[in-house]
Ligand binder design. Structure first.
Ligand code: SF4
Ligand code: SF4
Length: 221
């Protein structure tokens, strides 16, 4: 089996003995994490009981992950769009922008005003530092949300923690051609991506190649 993951940024291969290998495809952004550790604060890691917005107890400033070789599988397969996606070149590094864009899309359930059965729609996930609540509302990110909506018809969910979020619908996704921001409403504590990772973790022995997380060969960027 040969499968693309995370918006085609990773390749998942399972051999005949049941060992799965995930390879981070080298798309040549040339960017490195440097001293950024924002994902280790903003993104939840269920197996560590680390909530969204809570700095991981294993993260050390200037040193990175103190359990790098033994870090959870969801950490091994994590990489942000700023690191992997060449089309994010207009954005600052995540710790300077105060938000992290997930490589994986997620799903939300939309319910109409009459409360009828919901419809699942795909969304890009942005994890925004709750200490900088308005950090998402900047031109580089609005431009990126517009590009994703235009090309893929995908809206964006901005998560401040596991329960607090807003959803942004750029003009191509609205009937009046305007931006719409839907605030409030609970979101699932466990995202579809996390559940998929947990399911895979249980089902396969994993090897991860080429993970860029905290690989620091050129210092700050
Ligand atoms: S993957 Fe690297 S650059 Fe992206 S948020 Fe995490 S530490 Fe920062
Ligand atoms: S990579 Fe290490 S420091 Fe970061 S969240 Fe995972 S375990 Fe914690």
């Amino acid at each position: 089996m040969d499968e693309k993951l995370a918006g085609n940024f990773m390749t998942f291969v399972e051999d005949d003995e049941g060992t799965a290998t995930i390879t981070f495809d080298d798309v040549g952004t040339g960017r490195r994490c440097g001293d950024c550790q924002l994902c280790c604060k903003l993104v939840p890691v269920p197996v560590l009981r680390k909530s969204a917005g809570e700095k991981c107890r294993h993260a050390r400033h200037g040193k990175g992950c103190m359990i790098y070789e033994q870090r959870p599988f969801s950490c091994k397969t994590w990489s942000c769009r700023w690191l992997a996606d060449p089309t994010t070149s207009a954005m600052p590094r995540p710790d300077r922008a105060h938000y992290v864009i997930d490589l994986e899309y997620d799903y939300i359930t939309m319910v109409d005003n009459a409360g009828d059965a919901g419809r699942r729609v795909q969304v890009m996930q942005v994890w925004c530092d709750p200490a900088f609540r308005n950090a998402w509302d900047t031109k580089p990110l609005r431009d990126f949300m517009l590009a994703i909506a235009t090309k893929w018809s995908v809206a964006t969910i901005v998560r401040f923690d596991s329960r607090d979020a807003l959803t942004v619908f750029p003009p191509p996704l609205s009937s009046d051609g305007q931006w719409h921001v839907v605030r409030g409403g609970k979101v699932e504590a466990r995202t579809a991506h996390e559940q998929e990772i947990l399911d895979r973790d249980a089902a396969f022995r994993m090897r991860v190649k080429g993970a860029r997380h905290y690989e620091r060969n050129d210092g700050d960027v």
